[in-house]
Design a protein around this ligand. Structure first.
Ligand code: MG
Length: 258
């Protein structure tokens, strides 16, 4: 699985060898498909010696609202007829283990565990059938949401857009069948969401067709595919973890605003 890490002030991509708890250093650009193709070096670092970062640095994070049948039910909302899109600014992105800052502006901070798609090459007006070739891989995400501001504002820019509101990671799994992956969100070790991507209203290829009919997705851009049922409040000190089959576990703690 692809990771991005920092060591001695330098940021690189690597290949996570989980069983050995090691990271193999990758030279070159993991988004290049020709020319300077990425090269896996023979160099291995102990996982403990590197700091994992968000696995990509998107220009934008495109999110889909109400895209799980079970979540639509719990919110008492009808299933959308077409994908409901919104954006999180790039400044929301943080890496595994980094702190989610609880804004003082909200009294109802929610977690939403989600499957995230990382884009490999520029995608504009693509068809669902060709979506796979534009995907670098999949990672875990938390669509942190100020639920009270979301309800108050009528649109979601403020509720979804605070700094630190988009934890991503820990790694990008390149070849994953996205159609039936178990997704589990825990708060302080207690299961809150337990579903499968088979519950998606619009699947990944359909989402990429719909999004790229509107805007060009660039290498490293991220699509958050929506959250299953079981969303709820978190408070300062709580630890949120999202585990997706075939990817791993993303863990972030909520801290108070300074
Ligand atoms: Mg969401």
């Amino acid at each position: 699985m692809i990771v991005r890490y920092e060591r001695n002030g330098k940021v690189k991509h690597g290949w996570l060898v989980e069983a050995a708890q090691k990271v193999r250093v990758i030279e070159g650009d993991v988004y290049k498909t020709d020319g300077q193709k990425p090269v896996m070096t023979g160099l291995e670092l102990p996982l403990a010696d590197v700091r994992l970062l968000a696995p990509c640095t998107p220009s934008k994070v495109v999110c889909i609202g109400v895209n799980y049948k079970d979540h639509a039910q719990e919110m008492g909302i009808e299933l959308p007829k077409e994908p409901l899109m919104f954006l999180k600014p790039a400044t929301t992105v943080i890496g595994p283990g980094e702190a989610i800052v609880h804004p003082s502006l909200t009294e109802n901070l929610h977690y939403e565990g989600e499957l995230a798609v990382v884009i490999k090459k520029p995608a504009r007006r693509i068809k669902a059938e060709e979506a796979e070739e534009y995907i670098l891989g999949y990672t875990c995400a938390i669509d942190v949401t100020a639920r009270d501001l979301q309800q108050r504002d009528g649109q979601w820019t403020r509720a979804k857009g605070f700094d630190t509101f988009c934890p991503l990671g820990p790694a990008i799994a390149p070849k994953l069948d996205h159609r039936n992956l178990r997704i589990v969100t825990k708060v302080n070790g207690e299961v809150r969401q337990d579903s499968s991507t088979s519950q998606l209203v619009f699947d990944v290829p359909q989402l990429l067709e719909a999004i790229t009919a509107v805007m060009t997705l660039l290498p490293g851009d991220v699509v958050l595919t929506g959250t299953p049922s079981g969303v709820g409040q978190v408070r300062v000190g709580d630890e949120i973890s999202v585990t997706i089959e075939g990817i791993g576990t993303l863990t972030n703690r909520v801290v108070a605003e300074e």
